[in-house]
Design a binder for this molecule. Structure first.
Ligand code: FNR
Length: 339
């Protein structure tokens, strides 16, 4: 059997294969209240029907001002629980597991109606609002919001939580020397820059004992940004804190260009996997079954996150199974069309 279609156990959760739907904002919470709409059910459940092993729900705001856009999903109140619970019931009924990416957009929030926050009062670009520098109470409040979000994710029957620590959003803004100019214990050096994420992990873990992933920008494409050595320090600390998998993305901290090519971030997933001895997810321009299989067989990552290819084709897993000449169990009503 191709490794892409082999199961993997992470803590108490077994994924039926290695294909993960990468978290992707759909900007479709049309009433701007963070609630799911019929589109979200169609969108996520169709990928579960398409035999994806893990559906990672898009960046979901732990606070209203932590949304990237006003149309993002939210989990800042108990009212958000029921919709996710119903979504997860449907995802589970097709044998897929469900994850949620807990997020705070920091200085990259485009929510107009609220002030936005960051470790230091520097805007992302001239097109963005200037953020307020976070006071100690703001930091505490935000960590509590991640904790409450984890509690709600558990009540909604999610299998996996991922903390969004990448792409220049709030957690990444604390981690990066390009955006964190603080002189208190949350800045100064890499130990200080890591403290905010450390406290989030500890708070989340006080509510959540299931698998915990963290998405990290493993390359900032800037000489003044975090080096590979810094990234290895952070990921080692995450391992020590009991994080189960590093989802290896890159970029987005400052408005520079990310050089892309097929598998452009896989090398970082491979280095972190071997240097730190932790499970990793590879993501970024992985588009074929053979490419995914190469990554797994050469032990370069443990999971394969698929973004845009799954937007184009909810049956991407089936196309890979055909390409790798393996049988993929059909979702129940589809047997007659699946061969
Ligand atoms: C994304 N991406 C993304 N990443 C993330 O961590 N949280 C998110 O909510 C989003 N939102 C999002 C929306 C859309 C429309 C796209 C296309 C992308 C990044 C995504 O998860 C993935 O890392 C990249 O798209 C690279 O992988 P692919 O698309 O080349 O497979």
């Amino acid at each position: 059997m191709p490794k892409l279609f082999s199961p993997i156990q992470i803590k108490n959760v077994t994924l039926k294969n290695r294909i993960v739907m990468s978290p992707m904002c759909m900007y479709s919470s049309v009433n701007k209240d963070g609630m799911l709409t019929p589109f979200h059910y169609t969108h996520y459940v169709s990928r579960a029907v398409g035999q994806v092993g893990l559906i990672m729900i898009e960046a979901t705001g732990v606070l209203p001002e932590g949304r990237i856009s006003e149309q993002d999903l939210g989990i800042w109140s108990d009212e958000h629980i029921e919709g996710f619970k119903q979504l997860n019931e449907q995802i589970h009924s097709y044998g897929a597991k469900a994850g949620i990416q807990l997020a705070h957009a920091g200085r990259k929030s485009e929510v107009n109606s609220l002030p936005i926050y960051a470790p230091s009062p520097i805007s992302f670009s001239e097109n963005y609002k200037e953020p307020l520098e976070m006071m100690k109470e703001d930091i505490k409040h935000t960590i509590q919001a991640f904790q409450q979000a984890a509690k709600r994710a558990k009540e909604a029957n999610f299998d996996i939580i991922e903390i969004h620590g990448a792409h220049g959003y709030l957690v990444n803004e604390f981690l990066s020397p390009l955006t964190n100019k603080r002189t208190d214990e949350y800045g100064v050096n890499k130990e200080g820059r890591f403290l905010f994420l450390q406290e989030i992990i500890q708070a989340v873990k006080s509510e959540w004992d299931g698998p915990l992933f963290v998405r990290v920008s493993t390359d900032e494409y800037d000489e003044q940004g975090n080096s590979l050595e810094d990234i290895l320090y952070f990921t080692n600390r995450l391992k020590e804190l009991g994080v189960d998998l590093i989802d290896c993305s890159s970029g987005g901290v400052v408005p520079n260009r990310v050089p892309t090519f097929p598998g452009y971030q896989v090398r970082r997933a491979e280095i972190i996997k071997h240097e730190i001895d932790i499970a990793t997810g590879a993501v970024g321009l992985i588009t074929s079954g053979l490419q995914a299989e190469e990554i797994l067989q050469n032990n370069r990552s443990d999971l394969i996150f698929i973004g845009r290819a799954l937007l184009r084709n909810p049956y991407w897993a089936k196309a890979c199974a055909d390409e790798l000449k393996t049988n993929l169990e059909a979702p129940v009503p589809y047997e007659r069309g699946w061969k």
